[in-house]
Design a protein around this ligand. Structure first.
Ligand code: SF4
Length: 218
């Protein structure tokens, strides 16, 4: 077996024999019991290592294919959306919940976005970053959709990406309340879903032109 198993969220490893699974941890925020459970499952199925990922997951790496189903059962989780053409991740910084520099509630808004969009099927893979201030610790400028907290509200960037063809997101709107930001995110995602071909949001925006895109969604 040498391929990812999409429906099981299982990613083939370099040894071409074992898989990684990546339990979904919204915002990378987990309590000690949750962390212990992941460690217990990793130990039970003889994982080679746990890897903290850039999408704020903890991947259990190196489990044999026959143990994948039981590992998910023991975790008590459905396979997350670490792979596939969908909203892969909502990366969230500590914001006003934990960080002294926070200017907006990135944890509150980010978790709402995660609950609503994580795993949603879209024309291509899609990443969201939510940062509580301009320091941009969740890398919103290189996400398909980025939110940055300022003293006046949320700034929204679209079309960033850190993949093979890196792109910096463009500012779509500024000074938005939490609700206004959520509404605009919904419009962006709906428009992308309805009109894009198999392409990332930034490529779609380049194709139709930023001004047209902005006029359609704002
Ligand atoms: S982006 Fe700002 S609020 Fe968020 S963790 Fe970094 S410094 Fe703190």
């Amino acid at each position: 077996m040498t391929k990812d198993i999409l429906e099981k969220g299982a990613i083939i490893q370099r040894d071409k024999e074992t898989f990684a699974i990546a339990p979904h941890i919204p915002g990378g925020i987990i309590d000690p019991a949750g962390l212990r459970k992941i460690a217990d499952v990793a130990e039970k199925y003889h994982a080679k290592v746990l890897k903290i990922t850039s999408a704020q997951r903890i991947a259990i790496v190196g489990i044999p294919p026959e143990d994948i189903d039981n590992a998910w059962l023991d975790l008590g989780m459905k396979p997350g959306a670490a792979i596939g053409l969908c909203v892969r991740s909502v990366k969230i910084c500590p914001g006003t919940t934990f960080c002294k520099r926070g200017q907006q509630d990135s944890v509150g808004v980010g978790l709402k976005l995660d609950a609503k969009y994580h795993g949603m099927e879209l024309p291509w893979k899609f990443k969201i970053g939510v940062s509580g201030c301009g320091n941009s610790c969740a890398e919103p400028a290189v996400k398909d959709l980025g939110l940055i907290g300022t003293s006046k509200g949320w700034k929204i960037l679209v079309g960033g990406c850190s993949g093979l063809k890196p792109m910096i997101g463009q500012v779509l709107a500024e000074n938005l309340s939490d609700d206004e930001a959520m509404n605009l995110v919904e419009k962006v995602i709906n428009y992308y879903k309805a009109h894009a071909k198999k392409q990332r949001l930034g490529e779609f925006i380049d194709e139709i032109g930023f001004d047209k895109f902005k006029a359609e969604v704002v």
